[in-house]
Design a protein around this ligand. Structure first.
Ligand SMILES: [Zn+2]
Length: 360
């Protein structure tokens, strides 16, 4: 089984212009990550992937006069610990707030390490995000490590491949070794995961202050999940949007497509100069935001019209020309084209069809 050739991890390009960091040798980024300064005292941490099938979401660090706010805490707790160590080199001020943009594990498994390092920290999220983390996270982590789990089988398959596949080139062997190391680390960290759900919740909007810095948390609609929150810094014109934006392919599984479009339009109307996605590079203009909005809106309008006309979900799917959109998002990369088909052609259409029938 040529696992190594079956799926190349989605490659996330990082914009890595770091003039502020270059001025200070003490500000080397957290190990394995890169840091993008986006405004005075505001930094985005672009993390390495956790495994070949699980990423760590981006984090954003906002340093205020009297404390620090961190948006999202990654998938592997060890990544959160690296970030915490880096924040401590940045400032002696404590992290007062952690914001979870949504409930998915790659954005909040590190919460407990922030609590440990900064006992007074408030972990802030939408009410639904708190509920879903409390409901799902411990069960998920246990499912990774349990005997016979998919993760264990994949790890065993990599080990078998390394010992018995004589066709591997030296470079491929190194890749398999690296994947084994990542999976072993994941297994260890999920086996000891401490789940720390948010401690402060809201429904629509919450305004926080860090000294003179204003931070607005907004839930404009449901979108990628039931409790998405964006973090808007009006003075700096920076917005962190979690997985409402994932680059290079939007993540539509279990989304609420028609509300997602409305949420993205609301984000666009903020007029941010810097947009921080949940995965992918920092954006300095709204082009990708508008590209995603355009795709989602086109699909939602088409699906709703087809539903009203009495078509089946498969008829609706067959009647939409995904080709130009697939080319635009995935180019000629076969792996990304498959990701697009799974997330957009299958999941997004299914979800929009459910929504059209009032089922979401
Ligand atoms: Zn994510």
């Amino acid at each position: 089984m040529p696992i190594i050739r079956s799926a190349l991890a989605a490659c996330v390009a990082a914009t890595s212009s770091t003039p502020l960091l270059a001025q200070s040798p003490t500000l080397a980024p957290p190990r394995g990550s890169s840091v993008v300064p986006v405004a005075p005292g505001v930094f985005v941490i672009l993390h390495p992937r956790a495994t070949d099938n699980f990423p760590n979401g981006n984090s954003m660090v906002v340093v205020g006069d009297d404390g620090v706010l961190v948006v999202d805490t990654g998938y592997l707790p060890s990544v959160a610990r690296e970030d915490i160590a880096w924040i401590k080199t940045l400032t002696p001020k404590p992290v007062r707030y952690v914001v979870n943009t949504h409930w998915h594990y790659d954005h909040n498994n590190g919460n407990a390490d922030y609590r440990k390092a900064f006992p007074g920290v408030e972990i802030v999220a939408h009410r639904e995000t708190q509920r879903l983390i409390a409901l799902n996270s411990a069960r998920y982590a246990a499912g990774v490590v349990v005997e016979g789990s998919g993760s264990r089988k994949t790890l065993e398959a990599y080990r078998t491949q390394l010992t018995s596949d004589t066709s591997l080139t030296p470079v491929e062997r190194d890749t398999v070794r690296a994947r084994i190391a990542q999976r072993e680390r994941e297994m260890e960290e999920m086996g000891t995961l401490a789940v720390e759900p948010p401690t402060r919740t809201f429904d629509r909007e919450l305004n926080l202050r860090l000294g003179g810095r204003q931070i607005r948390l907004l839930h404009l609609a449901r979108g990628n999940t039931p409790g998405d929150v964006v973090v808007w810094l009006p003075a700096e014109q920076v917005v962190a949007v979690g997985d409402l934006l994932v680059h290079p392919i939007p993540y539509a599984y279990n989304s609420i497509p028609h509300e997602w479009v409305a949420f993205l339009r609301g984000v666009d109307s903020l007029g941010a100069r810097t947009i921080v996605p949940g995965h992918g590079p920092v954006f300095r203009d709204p082009a990708y935001l508008r590209q995603v909005t355009g795709l989602l809106e086109s699909v939602v309008n088409h699906v709703f019209a087809g539903y009203r006309a009495g078509q089946t979900v498969d008829q609706v799917r067959a009647g939409f020309d995904f080709g130009p959109w697939r080319d635009r998002f995935a180019g000629t990369n076969d792996f990304l084209r498959r990701v697009f088909d799974g997330s957009i052609v299958t999941a997004l259409v299914d979800r929009a069809f459910l929504a059209a029938g009032g089922g979401l």
